[in-house]
Design a protein around this ligand. Structure first.
Ligand code: FAD
Ligand code: SIN
Length: 550
């Protein structure tokens, strides 16, 4: 671990003064840190090893419209359709029109995508109207991205890396974020990072669910920290469930990429019969929420905890060549993908909501930025299009970094307040991990209702009542407190949205309502009361389609 030397110590608190502090070291945090490092000193704080996070497990790849008949406009339209009316169009324009430059920048940073004859190989995934997924090592895109970016970050003289250091609180002085407090989990020390701009890149919250593809670091910490600091959060009801996680015991669930269905694999019921034709004209390549609910429905019908995925239609050579990581993992678990039907079931996979940010990654708290899965830019709406999240992490972290550069240094008065301020004890909870995960899966999962959501709210009120604080907190105890808070916000948001749209399906409101084309906003006022409001979806267009696409 490379550390800057603390500039001072106050009451057992090691204080680091820096230009920028970034929490999280997935694609969003690493890219933000690397962009910032060209202009100032960056503290990169991450609660596990540098490379741990969802990014390293990504299989399918990054969506970018590079094929000859493809273009950003088509990518934009596919994103809007998947988002079920809740995408902000200007944000999707940014995502899709800035994609090819961002991917080129990533390659300049050393990421090696699969190529044939000097051209990038493009994969197909659900609800994309063209082949447009760049990937690495066949199905180990995320591992290649983490390899290249962590190497770069470690080689940078301007980035101070703090591994196993968990952000515990945002420092807000006179309404402006001026850094964060953190706990050195290995050294048992409390740390303060004072910075002119702070960036949350702490990833998603799949660990709140019994079945998830996410690593255990995905406990929604950044969202909890931002919410406690008074920041607005948006569209918290939208959790994406991936339809094809391997249905074997253990956590996290091993993902079987959508790209496998993109190459021809077929979903079958427990009798070995295909069923997707009964649910959607695009069958296996329907939007992810539709496929997840179809699988769920088939599981309910059969009473089994899985359906099957049949790899055979892909063809033997192509299975091995295109999906070496998945094939080897399946074989290590006793499945032969050439001949066996592989049991799969849905699992919590991605979080569309998050800390409300604008197109520059700025939150509602001055000086605080957010990017990657913990942020809500408006690009995913009610249901994310496959392989748009690594892209979002990349495009919007670069934008956040550029905006952070323009933040004024902290005034001397703020600096002296921060040097005196004691470390605030962090919220902690008992080990209620299993209980939260069961409750979220059963009551706030693929299918919800007012009844199930109220049940969850009641249980969360009890868990909230048992929260404590600690000046020497352990990671798991802080994570549990964050999970309780984030679960509570999700439930409130889900109760507010009285319709079914995208990944949010309510049996008591099965219809989509045109009156509800708004973003669900929640924040905590200064007295600790949770406030709700909403904002209409932004449908403005700023860019004209490129001439060749018109
Ligand atoms: P992460 O990569 O999750 O990183 C979050 C970081 O924050 C971690 O380093 C974590 O340790 C740190 N952290 C968390 N809390 C704290 C704290 N309190 N203090 C300090 N550090 C903290 N998307 C695609 O576009 N294409 C794909 O093919 C694809 N495949 C996927 C496959 C799997 C199995 C999974 C789980 C996800 C996949 N996704 C895919 C989604 C995508 O990987 C994620 O959305 C994306 O990587 C998130 O990046 P991030 O930088 O926001 O967060
Ligand atoms: C997958 O490979 O199926 C995951 C892609 C994604 O989540 O974008």
């Amino acid at each position: 671990m490379s550390h800057s030397v603390p500039t001072s110590e106050a009451g057992g608190l090691a204080i680091h003064r820096t230009d920028f502090v970034v929490a999280g070291s997935g694609i969003a945090g690493l890219w933000a840190a690397l962009c910032l490092a060209r202009h100032g000193r960056v503290a990169l704080v991450t609660k596990a090893e540098l490379q741990e996070g969802s990014t390293r497990y990504a299989q399918g790849g990054i969506a970018v419209a590079l094929a000859s008949k493809d273009g950003p406009e088509s990518h934009l339209q596919d994103t809007l359709i998947a988002g079920a009316g809740l995408c902000d169009v200007p944000a999707v324009e940014v995502l899709t029109y800035e994609a090819s430059q961002a991917v080129a920048d990533l390659m300049d940073a050393g990421v090696r995508f699969d190529q044939e004859g000097g051209q990038l190989v493009l994969g197909r995934e659900a609800a994309h109207s063209h082949r447009r997924i760049v990937h690495a090592g066949g199905d180990s895109t995320g591992a290649e991205i983490e390899r290249a970016l962590t190497e770069r970050a470690r080689a940078s003289d301007s980035i101070d890396i703090f591994e196993e250091v968990m952000a515990t609180r945002l420092l807000v002085v006179e309404g402006r974020c001026a850094g964060l407090d953190a706990r050195d989990l290995a050294g048992g020390e409390n740390l303060r990072f004072i910075a002119r701009a702070t960036c949350l890149a702490t990833g998603g919250l799949g660990a709140l669910y019994r079945r998830t593809t996410n690593p255990m670091v995905s406990t929604g910490d950044g969202i909890a920290l931002a919410f406690r600091a008074g920041a607005m959060v948006r569209d918290m009801e939208f959790i994406q469930f991936h339809p094809t996680a391997l249905a074997t015991p253990g956590t996290p669930k091993f993902l079987i990429s959508e790209a496998v269905r993109g190459e021809g694999a077929v979903l079958k019921d427990v009798n070995g019969e295909p069923f997707m034709h009964r649910y959607h004209p695009q069958r296996e390549l329907a939007p992810r929420d539709e496929v997840a609910r179809a699988v769920w429905n088939e599981m309910k019908k059969s009473g089994e905890a899985f359906v099957y995925l049949d790899f055979a239609p892909i063809g033997r050579d192509r299975i091995d060549g295109r999906f070496p990581g998945i094939v080897s993992e399946l074989r290590s678990r006793g499945f032969e993908p050439h001949t066996d039907l592989v049991p799969v079931a849905p699992a919590a996979h991605y979080f569309m909501g998050g800390v409300d940010v604008d197109l520059r990654g700025a939150t509602s708290v001055p000086g605080l930025f957010a990017c990657g899965e913990c942020a809500c830019t408006g690009v995913h709406g009610a249901n994310r299009l496959a392989s748009n999240s690594l892209l979002e992490g990349l495009v919007f972290s670069g934008r956040a970094a550029r905006a952070m550069l323009r933040v004024e240094p902290l005034p001397a008065k703020t600096l002296s307040v921060l040097e005196q301020m004691p470390f605030a004890p962090a919220p902690v909870a008992e080990d209620v991990y299993g209980e939260i995960r069961e409750m979220m899966w059963d009551d706030v999962g693929i299918i919800r209702s007012e009844h199930s959501l109220n049940n969850a709210l009641k249980n969360l009120a009890r868990l909230n009542g048992a929260l404590g604080t600690s000046a020497a907190p352990e990671r798991w105890a802080m994570e549990r407190a964050n999970m309780i808070l984030v679960a509570d916000i999700i439930v409130r948001a889900a109760l507010n949205r009285k319709e079914s749209r995208g990944a949010h399906y309510r049996t008591d409101h099965p219809e989509q309502s045109e009156e509800r084309l708004f973003h669900n906003l929640l924040y905590q006022d200064q007295d600790g009361n949770v406030r709700t409001s909403n904002r209409p979806v932004d449908t403005r267009r700023f860019r004209k389609p490129l001439p060749e696409e018109e």
